[in-house]
Every structure is written in C-alpha cells, then in structure tokens.
Design a protein around this ligand. Sequence first.
Ligand code: PSU
Ligand code: MN
Length: 299
Amino acid sequence: MKINPEIINALKENKPVVALESTIISHGMPYPKNVETALKVEKTIRDSGAIPATIGIIDGEPIVGMTPEEIEEFGKRKGILKASRLDLPVIYAKKLWAATTVAATMIIAAQAGIEVFVTGGIGGVHRGANETMDISADLQELAKTNVTVICAGAKAILDLPLTMEYLETMGVPVLGYQTEELPAFYTRESGLKVNYRVDSPKEIALIMKEKKANNLNGGILVTNPIPKEYALDKSAIDFAIEKALAEANKQGIKGKAVTPFLLKTIVELTDGESLESNIKLVLNNAVLGAKIAKEYKEL
Ligand code: PSU
Ligand code: MN
C-alpha cells in the first residue's frame, strides 16, 4: 500500500492519526459538496490536533492519506467502484479505482497501524433482512478488526433494533458519547439503548487500551449524536426514508447499490436539508475522533 510520508512519520513518532473513508465521498454525497466536506473534515481533524488519513484505492493500490487532488478525483470521477471486504482482492488484481466502505477502510487502516476511524454512519441490518439477508459487511468487520469507529449511529433506512442485536451477537461494544440512547444519524433519538454511556474521549481511550492489552480482537463503535441545532425533525426525515425505501423496492435496487440509492434519494426528497445535517454530523465526529486519537496516544 502507499502511505503518505506525513502519515508514515506520524505513526513512527506515535502521533495521533485518524482514518477516513472514501465511499462517503464517491457514493454518499453529491459533487461538489462531497469534496468540500472531505477537505473540511480533514481540516477539522488537524485543528483538533490529529493527522487525517483519507483512504481509497487507486489503480489497485490502497492509498492511506489521499492528497486533496486525489480527493477531488474521487468526488468527481464516474465509475469509481464501491469496495467492501469481498471486493478488495479483485480490485487489487484488476488494478481498479475504488472508494472504500467502513469495512474496507477498517481493514486498510488496521494494516497501516491506524486505530481510530471517523465516519458519518455505518452500514447495518437492512429492513426486511429476514427475507433479503441484506446485512452490511461493516458489522462483520467491526467484529474482527481492531479499529475504533466514530459515527453518528445508523440511519433509520436500516432496522436499528436488529443492527444492535447483530452487534451484540458479534461482540462489538456500542458506546454512546454523552448519551444512553443510540443516535439515529439525522436525529439524536432512536428509542434504543447503547451498551454503555461514555462521557469523555479519555474514557474511550482507556477502553481501547484495555481491549488491546487483553487481546480482545474487534472494533469499538462510538456513537456520537448529531448536535441539537442540526438535528432534523423526526417525522419529516421518517417520511423521506419511507418514500426512498418504497422507491428502491419499486425499482428493484439490490446489493451494494441499495445504500447509495437510498442516500441519494433522501437528499433529493429533503431538498438537500438532509445533506447539510449529514455534513455537520461528520464534522462533529471528526472533532471527537481527533480527541480520542490524541488521548489514546497520551495514555
Ligand atoms: N451510511 C451513510 N453514509 C454512507 C454509507 C453508509 O450514512 O456513505 C456508506 C459507508 O461507506 C458504509 C457503506 O460502509 O455505505 C455501507 O454499504 P453497504 O450497506 O452496502 O454495506
Ligand atoms: Mn448490503
């Protein structure tokens, strides 16, 4: 893999590094907001005292620490694939370009030696999974790969109770940052409880340290609620989600196309309002992720 020299140095000097995914750029937001956001997230991480490492795959080579030009390309270029765990060997062999999902980003981050990763929302158990078996590979990855993922919970496009059950079965601790309740991405509430509430980045860093010291493989999921002022009205967003799900059904959208289709349709149905919330919550996660990475290095 190609690791940016700044990140090689940071890792050598035991400085805090935060991984970032690229599926959110290529398949999660429209151009040019996707690029603007990715660059803002990187800046926020720097301003909060850590070094950002955006991860993607160019010509079959994993890139850890993409340049602003590469981020621009990932935001703009058509035909960039979406890579989860199963896609990696094929994309490497065929020397393709691919954006990495939470699962694939975790794999590459862990291989590079990065233990903290910030994103917006993770994949999960889809509604209707009892028939379709559509369960994101992100959940399996959280069960086995040693990376702490900071997110704003999961979107209600998913079956949140089943997603929590699945994570419990797989042994993934779900922590709520300053909350007992699992946040639902656009909203702070889901009606579900997280496994444990944590109140400071230091507390999270200590949990990471114990997990490592005791060889407890797998990730930690930190759920950070969207700031109140940016949260969306629950009934409005639920309406858009229901409509998007119905549309996906009608058009017969399947497999890895499902999540990008739903995200795009929700942005359209809310006239971009959901996109603004999405951007704010990612920035909010970036601040927390940088603080966790810093505390972890200072232990
Ligand atoms: N949820 C979001 N935004 C995203 C994704 C999920 O709110 O951009 C992306 C992430 O990269 C996640 C992936 O890992 O979708 C999950 O896709 P799937 O459901 O196909 O596993
Ligand atoms: Mn799926």
